[in-house]
Each structure stands twice: as C-alpha cells, then as structure tokens.
Design a protein around this ligand. Structure first.
Ligand code: ZN
Ligand code: ZN
Ligand code: FE
Length: 764
C-alpha cells in the first residue's frame, strides 16, 4: 500500500543556492514519482510536493541525508499543504529580489565528475583548465554582486556556446544554472608569457611544466590570486625564490598531485587525510618525514610542511606533468596582498617570476589559501580563508547588523545578519597602504554581496590600529570598542555557542589593555559584554618596543634583568655571552631608565625570551618563529614542572622571576634545551590549571575557554585540554575560526551585540 495521495511543503535553509540544489530536488522528486515545484526564497529554497505518503516520506529522507556536496543545510521544516493538482515537477524561475540575503557558497575544488572529464580524451572538455559544474568550481572569488547570476560574475564577458547553454538550461544536467559554466569554445583561456610579457609558443600548461622542470619560477594565476610556483626538489630554484621574494626562512606551501606523492615526504594520519582531501582544500600542516626527497630550503628549521592538494583543473593539469611537489607560495612581495590581475602581476612579480601562466577569467576578490592542522583531536585553523569564506559561523542568538573590524595583524573582518556571522577571507597585516586598501575593498564587497547594512561598528581599543582608525572615520553607525583579549575569549565562546560567565585564558603576543598597557598573558572572567581581569603574567619591559619582537635576545635580557638585576651579567649563559656586551649595556640602560621600554604581560614574548635564553635564536625573520622553534624542540612530555607562584588576591600576578631562575639553574647544570623547553611548557600548563582551580573554588566557574595566538602551540593546547579535563573542567577551544587574531573579529562582534542588547534593556 502506498498510503493516501497528499501534498507537503518543505522549506530548506542554509547554503542551498548556486550549489545545484534545485536540480537535485528536481531529480529526486522525479525519481520518487512526485509532482510539484521547487523555488528559491530569500532564506533558501521552498519545495511543494504532491504524491503518495510513502513516496513523499522517502523523498523527504533522501533530501536530508544525501544533499549535493556543496550544500550546507541549516534547517529543514515541513508541513502539510493543500493538493494543487500539479501535472509534473518543475523548477520555478528565480525572483530577482529573492536571492538577497541567501548564503553564497565558498570556492571549492574541482569535483570528481569534472576531473574525469578533464582527463578523458573523448570528452569535449578534455584538458580544459576551467571545467566546472554546479557541484564545484569558483564562487566567492568570481561574484561581483547578487543575485548570483552570470552577468554579476567574472564570467559576464563570456557568452556560452550552444552546447554550454543547453547544459545550463537543462534541469536534468549537472551544469543546470552553473554560472561559471564554460568550455574551450566559449570560455576563459590560459596563456604563457615570459617576464617581458612576450607570449611563449606551444601548449601553455605543458610548456610551463617544462620550464618548472628546468628550474624556472612561474607565477600561476589561480582561484583567489597568483601563486609563485617552483620545483620543490630543486634546491637552487627554491633558494632563488627565497632571495627574490625576500623571504628568509618562513616555510613555503607545497602542492602535490595526489596523496601518494605527499606520503613520501610527510606523515599523513587519517584525520589529516580527510582534511587534505576535503573540498575546501586548505594547506594542511604535516610532520616532515626524514629523510625526504624535497630540498631543505622549502621549510628550513621546521618540523612541518604546509601541503595542499590541487583545487583547480589548471592545478591538476600542471601537477599532472610529473612533479612530486611544487612550491606554491602566495604571489606577493613580503607583507603585500596577493596579486590578482594579470597587469598587476606583471608589474609586481616580474623580478620574482621568470614566466607567467595567466588566464582571462578575472578574479573579483582575492582570497588566500586557508591553513589548518589537526591538533588535540580536531581541525585547528591558522588561517580561515579560501574554501571557507563566506560560509557563516552560526551564532546562538540573533544579533543586529554589525561590522567588526578585527585587529592589526592577520586581519579579518566580520559582518552579521540574524544568527549568522560572516568572517571575511584573510586580509593580512594592516601595515602598508596596499593592505589598507584591500581591507576597505573587502568590507565593501562583503556588504554588497551579503546585502548587509551595519548599524554598529566594533573595533579594537588600540587607538592606532588601522582598523580602529577606519572605525572612527565611519559615520551613521554606533561604535563599540572591544578589549583585545576579551574579544579573543568571546570569539571562542561564539563558535562554541556558550554564554558566560567563563574563565578565559587569553595568551598572545600583544593586545591593548583596558589600562592602556600591553597585555598578552591574561586570565579573564568573561560574561557577555563585560569581563574582569582575574590574573596576568608579571609585567616586564619590552626594550625597544617592536624591536624586541624582532630580536628575542632583548626579551631574554629583560627577563634576566627582572629576575637577577645587574647580577645576571655574572651568570654562565652561553646565549648571553655570545652577544656583544655593549649591546647588552644598551638594553639594560633602556630598561633601567624606562626609555622606550613599555611594560608588557605578553605570553608570546615570554616564549620568545625563553627561546633566546636557550640559545635557539637571537632574531626572528617572521612573527612567532622563536616561539615555534621552542615548541618544536621540546622533548619528552613527562618532564616535571618548575615550581611556580603567584601573588595578589583580586587580580593575581604570576611571578616570572622564580621561573627564570630555575631555567637559568638548569642551563648552568647542563640540562638540554629540549628538556628545559618541555619543563617550561609543563609549568605553564600546571600553573594556569592550578589558577583555574583557585578561581573555581572561589566562584564556582568550571568552564575554561582557551584563545589567543599562543594556542597555536600544539603542545600547550593539547596539554591544557588534557590537564584541565582531568581536573573536571569543561574546556572550550577554537575549531571553526583561528585562535590567533584572524578570529578576533568574531569576538568583537559578539561583545558589541551584547553591549548593544544591554544598553537597549537599560533604556526600556
Ligand atoms: Zn564539477
Ligand atoms: Zn561552451
Ligand atoms: Fe591577539
């Protein structure tokens, strides 16, 4: 028996437009012998189906269980509907206004069906570098405006040929309404040029591959910007790339054709394999194999490689020419945003790249590769960008339209609509005019395609951040300043959907405190719009300000001076003895006379200082380098903690002098740096866990939230997660946005929303 003939209405919300959802519904309904229609709505899609109960139930089940790969369903609601007497099933035309406020899909990697066509000599898209369908391809980086229709994308200049148009119009086709649909007859093309912009003869991709094999550097136009490509097994070319890019040691990202290539140079565990092969295709940090066939210049002094699989058909064609791995580093000069236009690339990259593999599909907005790793049993983002943006983070409650401007380094911005928080792609360090322009361009772009007009603007308290200055310039919006570490903890609370009060451990390099001083090793009690500083690291001098960040040896001197006074000059410390004594005199004088030596409670600087004290490095060529090396060096995890203490009652101060004295004692006794580093990590974990226990005893709080860039340290993160759980705390960590300043805007947004809600209540 099939039951009664009936009708039902089904509403599906989430990312269900531009991802082949309507054709999927169409085919599913037909398969189950149902009639009715499917239409786009402002929130998602609406389906009306008529048929026998049993068939409708089966349809409803398949709808939720096997959606198209790119769809992200947030809600399915269904209810009975009157039978209208449809004679077949159809796709209703989009209403123009309807597409506003729906979710736009991020860019995703080429799908298996398209890949098969790419390498099938009988297929009409054989070796066509822009093959795509509704299940795959570019989205965010080609959209100029909404509704998401071809004329509002980077494809507007390409008129579909007869065959492409037929696919586009056929609801039964994989390319029904695929906006970037194209083929070699009608779509974008690749071309190869030398650095003087002279075209190079022959097949562009194959010739580029030959040049790479001969040790040339090729700028390759990708999805969200240019990459600089080089053969990762060729030491000479990788060194040349470092020199030309002015990038001394920061690891280069790698791309390999398939997993089988990656496992030859890196360790790939099950979770990591899943992350590598997911359609977002982030760069995944993987432990190096030693020895490995790649040249050491790829990631000198680092235990990890950053590796991704190809994500565009062009990548597949290029990598398929027989490379075990290509360096694929972002096509920019140090600290500048990624180049995206051909002219721009020729201009800016011509003294770095030997050749340019370009194409004529414009990139509307740049989007850097995302970077993630598996740590403490979950995916951890170091950078959330291409592949994930603009998919929202869902909030627990609805909030007003807010623009949160983020911090200064690793900047991202965030816009809210209802219970959705849309984080931007990685914008980068706002230290130069180009990055500043990209920041404003991204805000305008996001507002346009998400159709959001913010009423509130949230920013960091630091008066000189470019993002804060931008916020001050805006009119017609209420401005709410949010303390940096408060925002870090709120960010982690937002993605975990929890309310305060909580104990927040906010550990990072730097952030403007409510007292105008430089914070960074903070224990905060956070409850929505407000927080209380419960504890922090003891203050030490930052001799020379920013110079102390670039030169960790200055921090070593600062901690030593704080612990021993001038007596530290008599200690037998090889790391200090090798530094010119006049330089140390200078630093000591700065600290003693408080000249250009602001006080800081920074956890990041403590790691830098330790690294320098152990002789790991005196100077760094990128932020966090010394701290990372200290982590990578750490030996067995069973190391005993040092003794620790804190003072004070209301706001506790963690003493650092005893820690520094014990470390010095270990150095003098000939203990290895690996052992000392392990003890240092262990001490922080036990110390702050004990602090949390004290706070719990006083307040009853048992939820601990971990945030801030220092939690990119895997040993620290997993140590805290384990130890706090053993002590029966509920521990919350970042899994959706970065723990570093790349996730800051989300916290700013949440705090601003709660501040606004509070004020409104008071008015009532
Ligand atoms: Zn596809
Ligand atoms: Zn065509
Ligand atoms: Fe921070």
């Amino acid at each position: 028996m099939t039951g009664n003939f009936t009708a039902r209405k089904v509403r599906v919300n989430g990312i269900v437009q531009g991802v082949g959802f309507r054709p999927f519904v169409y085919q599913l309904a037909r398969r189950h012998g149902l009639r009715g229609e499917v239409a786009n709505t402002p929130d998602g899609v609406r389906i009306h189906v008529e048929g026998f109960c049993r068939d409708i139930d089966a349809f409803r089940r398949d709808l939720g269980e096997h959606p198209p790969p790119l769809a992200q369903i947030t809600e399915i609601v269904d209810c009975p509907d009157p039978v209208d007497g449809y004679t077949d099933f159809s796709i209703a035309a989009s209403q123009r206004h309807a597409a506003r406020s729906t979710l736009i899909s991020p860019d995703v990697c080429v799908c298996d069906d398209c890949l098969e066509e790419l390498f099938d000599p009988r297929d009409r898209r054989y070796r066509y570098p822009f093959v795509n369908c509704t299940n795959c391809g570019p989205r965010y980086t080609i959209i100029e405006d909404i509704p998401y229709d071809r004329p509002a994308t980077a494809m507007q200049g390409f008129t579909m040929c007869r065959r492409c148009q037929a696919e586009y119009d056929d609801p039964g086709d994989r390319r029904f309404h695929a906006q970037p649909n194209a083929c070699a007859d009608c779509g974008p093309q690749v071309a190869l040029y030398d650095r003087r912009r002279r075209p190079v003869a022959g097949d562009a991709v194959e010739t580029a591959a030959d040049l790479l094999k001969r040790g040339k550097i090729v700028a390759v136009k990708g999805l969200g910007g240019f990459h600089l490509a080089a053969d990762a097994a060729n030491a000479a070319v990788v060194s040349r790339l470092r020199k030309r890019k002015n990038r001394e040691e920061k690891p280069f990202a790698l791309m390999s054709y398939r997993l089988a290539d990656i496992v030859r140079y890196a360790v790939v565990r099950a979770f990591e394999q899943e992350l590598l092969t997911c359609p977002q295709r982030p760069i995944v940090l993987l432990e190096k194999r030693t020895p490995n066939p790649l040249c050491p210049q790829v990631a000198p002094g680092n235990r990890y490689f950053g590796v991704m699989l190809p994500y565009t058909p062009l990548h597949y064609l290029l990598l398929g020419c027989g490379f075990s791995a290509l360096v694929m580093t972002s096509g920019n000069r140090a600290h500048e945003p990624l180049a995206i236009e051909n002219e721009e690339a020729f201009g800016r990259l011509s003294d770095i790249a030997d050749y340019f593999l370009v194409h004529n599909r414009p990139i509307v907005i740049r989007s850097d590769d995302s970077i993630a790793r598996i740590a403490a049993g979950a995916v951890r983002f170091l950078r959330r960008s291409r592949g994930y943006v603009p998919a929202p983070v869902f909030l627990k409650t609805k909030v007003p339209p807010i623009l949160a401007c983020g911090g200064e380094l690793k900047n991202t911005v965030c816009l809210s609509a209802g219970n959705r928080a849309f984080l931007s792609q990685h914008i980068g360090d706002l230290e130069n005019p180009a990055a500043g322009r990209f920041f404003e361009e991204t805000i305008a772009h996001l507002q346009r395609i998400l159709s959001i007009r913010p009423e509130i603007i949230a920013c960091d308290l630091h008066p000189d951040y470019l993002s804060s200055r931008y916020a001050r310039r805006q009119t017609g919006m209420r401005r709410i300043g949010v303390q940096h570490h408060h925002a870090h903890i709120a960010s982690c609370m937002a993605e975990n959907g929890i309310d305060g009060p909580v104990i927040g451990l906010a550990f990072d390099g730097t952030g403007y405190g409510s007292d105008g001083r430089i914070w960074g090793g903070e224990v905060l009690i956070v409850e929505g719009h407000r927080f209380r500083r419960a504890a922090h690291l003891a203050e030490v001098a930052l001799p020379g300000g920013a110079a102390a960040i670039r030169e960790p040896w200055r921090m070593a001197v600062s901690y030593l001076y704080a612990a021993f006074g001038n007596g530290f000059r008599d200690l037998a410390l090889p790391a200090i003895e090798k530094i010119d004594s006049w330089k140390i005199d200078g630093i000591v004088a700065m600290i003693a006379k408080k000249i250009n030596s602001p006080a800081t409670t920074s956890m990041g600087r403590l790691f830098d200082g330790m690294a320098a004290l152990l002789g790991l490095r005196d100077t760094v060529s990128y932020e966090g380098q010394a701290a990372m090396e200290l982590e990578m060096l750490a030996g067995a995890d069973r190391a005993a903690a040092y003794e620790y203490e804190w003072t004070g009652g209301d706001v506790r101060v963690v003493a650092l002098a005893p820690l520094v004295r014990q470390v010095v004692c270990d150095i003098e006794n000939g203990r290895t740096a690996a052992e000392i580093s392990a003890r240092f990590h262990r001490t922080l974990i036990e110390l702050f866990t004990a602090l949390c226990e004290t706070i719990r005893a006083e307040s009853g709080l048992k939820r601990v939230v971990l945030s801030g860039g220092v939690f990119q340290n895997v040993r620290l993160l997993s140590g805290f997660v384990r130890t706090l759980a053993q002590k029966k705390f509920d521990v919350y960590t970042h899994k959706k946005v970065p723990a570093n300043d790349g996730g800051l805007c989300l916290g700013q947004l949440l705090v601003a929303a709660e501040t606004a809600a509070r004020k409104r209540l008071r008015c009532v």
